[in-house]
Design a protein around this ligand. Structure first.
Ligand code: NAP
Length: 255
């Protein structure tokens, strides 16, 4: 249940906002009063998300942007476009853009390794750096950066050495950013989902999903909204003494 207007007057940037977890996060942050910059590789998916956002407060506006989070130039252009559209910088960033290119290690190509690391790990680095620089340049401290990791980064998974490495890296990046950026009032945390029903998991064979579902103490795959609940908490002042943390949203998988 969304706390009404906990994020009033805040601008949030959500990458991967055109699908799955990023879409649910965009919806939830808007319900809590934030204006949302919805970012995706394909702007049409971000525009679709835009239609689903809440506009309950005067002055609450949302916009869709196309950007490739793995490219420095694209991220720099994105931040400029967002600042120009909203006349302020985002102080909440949720890095949900992510990809998989699954293959067993013995057959994994360099290209599949590099592309997953570029989107899943370099992307959060570029966005964190750009958003933090904008906060510092504004002279007004404060912000919350939320990176979406994965339980696979902690425990590994067959066929996902590239993905697991990227997600383990996200937690290291986030913990270090938390230490460096605390003096600017910017908190950085990782949300660590287990298996969540989204287009990403629709690509996983049903028998594998059934196997994992059977191992989840709470008895079901997660919904994107389960992850969005935790992102909203981390974005808000209700988590003001939490930074450098990793919060698992797994239904108890791998307890
Ligand atoms: P999803 O539905 O596939 O959404 C990911 C979105 O990111 C897609 O819209 C995708 O666009 C976009 N994207 C891909 N590359 C991008 C780039 N270079 N720049 C900007 N956007 C890009 O996946 P999801 O399940 O919501 O996953 C969201 C995040 O949660 C990911 O980081 C994922 O690793 C993580 N996660 C998911 C699960 C799960 O079970 N679903 C579990 C743990 C962690 P395209 O569709 O055009 O590629």
């Amino acid at each position: 249940m969304a706390a009404p207007f906990r994020l009033k007057s805040m601008l949030a940037l959500v990458t991967g906002g055109g699908s799955g977890i990023g879409r649910a996060v965009s919806q939830r942050l808007s319900l809590e009063g934030a204006s949302v910059a919805v970012v995706d590789l394909d702007v049409s998916s971000a525009i679709e998300t835009l239609q689903m956002l809440s506009r309950g407060l005067p002055g609450q506006e949302h916009e869709a942007f196309a950007a490739d989070v793995s490219q420095l130039q694209s991220v720099e252009a994105l931040i400029e476009q967002v600042q120009s559209r909203f006349s302020l910088s985002p102080r909440i960033a949720v890095n949900s853009a992510g990809i998989t290119r699954d293959e067993f290690l013995l057959r994994l190509s360099e290209e599949s390794f590099d592309s997953v690391l570029s989107v899943n790990l370099k992307g959060p680095f570029l966005i964190t750096q750009a958003v933090a620089r904008a906060v510092v340049a504004s002279g007004q401290n404060g912000g919350s950066i939320i990176n979406i990791g994965s339980i696979v980064g902690k425990v590994g998974n067959l066929g996902q050495s590239n993905y697991a490495a990227s997600k383990a890296g996200v937690e290291g990046l986030t913990r270090t950013a938390a230490k460096e950026l605390a003096r600017f009032g910017i908190r950085c945390n990782t949300v660590v989902p287990g298996f969540i029903s989204t287009p990403m998991t629709q690509r996983v064979p049903q028998k594998v999903l059934d196997k994992f579902a059977g191992m989840i103490p709470l008895g079901r795959l997660g919904d994107p909204e389960d992850v969005a609940d935790v992102c909203a908490f981390l974005a808000s002042d209700d988590s003001k003494y939490i930074t450098g943390a990793s919060i698992e949203v797994t239904g108890g998988l791998f307890l």
